[in-house]
Design a protein around this ligand. Structure first.
Ligand code: ATP
Length: 232
């Protein structure tokens, strides 16, 4: 579904990603780990189209999308849950969700029903301002808002940042339910518990290159990988 081949990307003169190769199969669930500054957020930005692909290629559903704009990538099914959640605190839960469905016009109400079925907690709180939700609930809202775009591939940039262990478990359950619905997941994450719970295949990014890859259960439990690349 997603094939990233020899991708290089960065900012001005700074080359952050230097020949990255990552594949996400249809319905697959892939986690990318790496220490601070390894280039994880930069990878997300390159996939969603927020920064340009300088060299290499990004293919999605067989088509080269390296030069395709961000909104067209969303239309094709790549939806990102931004780092830091970025819900609108003065808007209600329902209003936040409806924003995520802009792409579907009148089909929004059906999408909203699906989100409430997936996350009943959001239906309970639908009339409340998003700013009143706990950090974990705000992350569920950010997930729900992204799911309103009916993604084929959900891209997540460190969804556990600042969350309690209980909230992290809720995010893990939510992502597992989303995966069961056939949505492919690319999770960029430093939290080992979430990475192990969600990822089936894992990559370790080190200073802009893939330093290791393998089935998540094996790779992430390897002491060598933990000590060398993840700072655990
Ligand atoms: P973290 O876990 O700390 O968020 P990361 O693995 O996501 O780290 P990136 O945010 O992709 O890493 O940053 C990789 C490098 O790119 C860093 O050296 C960072 O300073 C630089 N960088 C990130 N964003 C920008 C930007 N907007 N402009 C210039 N340099 C940037």
């Amino acid at each position: 579904m997603l094939e990233i081949e020899e991708l290089s990307a960065g900012y001005d003169r700074l080359e952050v990603l230097r020949g990255v190769n990552i594949t996400v199969a249809d319905g697959g669930s892939v986690v990318v780990m790496g220490a601070n500054g390894a280039g994880k957020s930069t990878l997300c930005r390159a996939i969603s189209g927020l920064i340009e692909c300088r060299r290499g290629a990004i293919r999605f559903d067989g088509a080269d999308i390296s030069r395709v704009g961000t909104s067209e990538r969303v239309r094709r099914g790549i939806v990102q849950v931004p780092e830091g959640r970025q819900v609108f605190p003065q808007m209600t839960v329902k209003e936040n969700l409806r924003l995520g469905g802009w792409i579907h016009g009148k089909a929004k109400e059906a999408a909203l029903r699906e989100i409430y079925d997936l996350f009943p907690r959001l239906e309970e709180r639908q009339g409340q301002n998003a700013g009143l939700l706990s950090g974990g609930e705000q992350q569920l809202l950010a997930l729900g808002r992204a799911m309103m775009g009916r993604p084929k591939l959900l891209l997540l940039d460190e969804p556990t940042q600042g969350l309690s262990p209980v909230a992290i478990e809720q995010v893990a359950e939510a992502l597992i339910s989303i995966g069961r619905r056939g949505v492919s997941i690319l999770l960029v994450e430093q939290n080992l518990a979430l990475a192990e719970a969600v990822g089936r295949y894992a990559y370790v990014l080190e200073t802009g290159r893939c330093a290791a890859e393998g089935p998540a259960a094996e790779l992430l439990s390897s002491d060598v990988v933990a000590a060398s690349y993840l700072g655990h």
